[in-house]
Design a protein around this ligand. Structure first.
Ligand code: G4P
Length: 537
């Protein structure tokens, strides 16, 4: 099959949600649907258990298993679908942000009872930065939730995206009857069951079809009225606005009951984008570009001492990847070949002979990869758009064993390459501050520094609110910053200047006093000069 045909077949996406909204359940139902798995519970068992939320080793065990489900590939209606898993635990949110750079679209799951929750807002901001097309699935319609119109308003308001319902629910909770598909004029009847996978659907001849009243009795008029209202309020659905990332089509359903999942999947394969051109330091590269290229968006290290392997996940962006072929590691300016590239499918890992744009490959790594690295077939460009955000928690690094300084430095370099943490070194001294997304990561760092590098370290809390990258063209513009806040200026790993703001107030003051300096809450992972289009606060 030609490369163009392979590209056409691929749809690479992620499901995102606030924990507990139903991401795992929906993932499992999609897989059951496509025939990729046959037993309910296969995905679920990989989920990080809530009881383990404070024990990182337990979480790591769970994460170890979930590596096998990092990429779930399945075939559906002639398409090859790659579903990239994202960790639900908020301390690993950075992993999720990066995974979002490797997908072509997203399905966002919202709990009908809880509405838009905090973590969803953050994840959506990352999608909005890249104009990633989004389909919204409002889940748990079998429970007494919030009125659908209210939910849609909340999505628009909090997630800064316009919505367009493509289905409309009749009833909710105990009176939930099903959903009317506005696109196909069909009604899918809700039959609470975890077993059936085909929806019970009846097609109508539009909203004026007398069969509607025969079927729904007095509910028919209310349904007609609501749908008329919806069609009046929202612009007609256009695939272009969805693909441009400005309008999100919305479906209602219940993942647990397998309801609305078929409709979601059918629409997804119909409208979701395949691999598209991606920006690099040498301009956009089309997936059809005949030479292979791709980038590393996630590195997973196994903490089990018996299996201490590390896997770099690479998204193929152009050409064809082949096993045992030399490819160019652009940052290291070195050619490397891979004897055992892996593909993943629900708990099984298999040797991969070739891969195409949209696919994700697992490469065994002995420390040669960092997040954002690009592999090419000899060309010297790097993929852009892999973000690095300000950490949330900061601590000063203390070396508890002066004889192991080298080991500590090596360990920190390695672990920051993996994206586990960020390192900031004070401009005027050797003080080192480590920033992470969640407290849990300090436990992981300490453990790994000791067990993998023999370095005994400690992390001392400091008061820092955010790390902001500082950009200016004329040094005069930053005079105030250097003279008054000099002690708060650091360099990140790539030598970029960073201001560690003590508080939100201090950050605001500094911004006011240095109006010609730019303070960025996110930058590119591997590029020292290019900044992201927007910033995430
Ligand atoms: P997550 O991955 O987004 O964190 O959510 P997950 O799928 O694990 O679902 C969270 C909880 O919500 C689970 O219940 C799940 O069964 C339930 N759930 C998912 N979809 C629906 C739905 O459509 N309707 C209803 N009523 N519940 C739904 P749990 O009690 O936490 O776990 P479990 O004991 O059922 O495994």
């Amino acid at each position: 099959m030609s490369i163009a045909k392979e590209i056409e077949k691929r749809k690479t996406f992620a499901i995102i949600s606030h924990p507990d909204a139903g991401k795992t359940t929906l993932t499992e139902k999609l897989l059951l649907f496509s025939g990729a798995i046959h037993i309910a519970g296969a995905v679920k068992s990989n989920k990080i258990k809530k009881s383990a939320a404070s024990d990182f080793m337990e979480i790591e065990k769970q994460r170890g298993i979930s590596v096998a489900t990092s990429v779930l590939s399945f075939d559906y209606r002639g398409y090859k679908i790659n579903l990239l898993d994202t960790p639900g635990h908020k301390d690993f949110a950075e992993d999720t942000y990066r995974t979002l750079t490797a997908v072509d679209s997203v399905i966002l799951v919202i709990d009908a009872v809880k509405g838009v929750e905090e973590q969803t807002e953050k994840l959506m901001r990352v999608c909005r930065m890249r104009n990633t097309p989004v389909i919204v699935f409002i889940n748990k319609m079998d429970r007494e939730g919030r009125p659908p119109v209210e939910l849609l308003d909340e999505v628009e308001e909090k997630l800064d995206i316009r919505v367009r319902p493509l289905s409309w629910p009749l009833g909710m909770g105990s009176s939930f009857k099903g959903v009317y598909n506005l696109y196909r004029n069909s009604f899918a009847f809700f039959r609470p069951s975890k077993q059936t996978i085909e929806d019970d659907v009846r097609v109508f001849d539009g909203l004026d079809d007398p069969a509607l009243a025969e079927t729904f009795g007095s509910d028919a008029a209310a349904l007609r009225e609501e749908i008329d209202l919806i069609n009046g309020v929202y612009d007609p659905f256009s695939v272009e606005t969805y693909l441009g990332g400005t309008v999100a089509p919305v479906f209602f359903g219940s993942a647990l009951n397998n309801f609305g999942v078929q409709e979601l999947l059918n629409t997804f394969v119909e409208i979701a984008p395949g691999p598209r051109a991606r920006p690099t330091t040498k301009g956009d590269v089309e997936p059809q570009h005949e030479r292979f290229s791709g980038f590393v968006f996630k590195i997973h290290a196994n903490l089990d001492p018996k299996h201490r392997d590390r896997i770099a996940f690479l998204r193929v962006c152009s050409g064809r990847f082949e096993r045992n072929t030399f490819y160019h590691h652009v940052r290291l300016d070195r050619d490397i070949k891979f004897a055992n590239p892996a593909s993943f499918m629900a708990a099984t890992k298999s040797l991969l002979e070739e891969a195409y744009p949209g696919d994700v490959i697992g490469l065994y790594d002995s420390g040669t990869f960092a997040i954002g690295d690009t592999l090419t077939e000899g060309e010297a460009f790097m993929y852009k758009g892999i973000p690095r955000f300000s950490p949330e928690v900061f601590r000063e690094l203390r070396n508890l064993d002066p004889f192991k300084t080298k080991q500590l430095e090596k360990g920190i370099a390695q672990l920051t390459d993996e994206g586990l943490a960020q390192l900031f070194t004070q401009r005027t001294s050797n003080r080192k501050v480590i920033g992470v997304v969640g407290e849990l990561q300090f436990d992981v760092l300490k453990y790994r520094l000791l067990n993998e590098f023999g370095a005994n370290s400690d992390f001392v809390p400091i008061s820092a609110h955010k790390a902001v990258w500082v950009r200016f063209t004329d040094p005069k513009d930053a005079e105030e910053l250097f003279s008054i806040r000099g002690n708060f200026l650091y360099y990140d790993k790539n030598g970029n200047l960073v201001y560690l703001a003590e508080s939100e107030y201090a950050l605001r003051m500094v911004q006011q006093k240095n109006p010609n300096v730019r303070f960025l809450l996110s930058v590119e992972h591997n590029d020292q000069t290019v900044e992201m289009e927007g910033t995430v606060s």
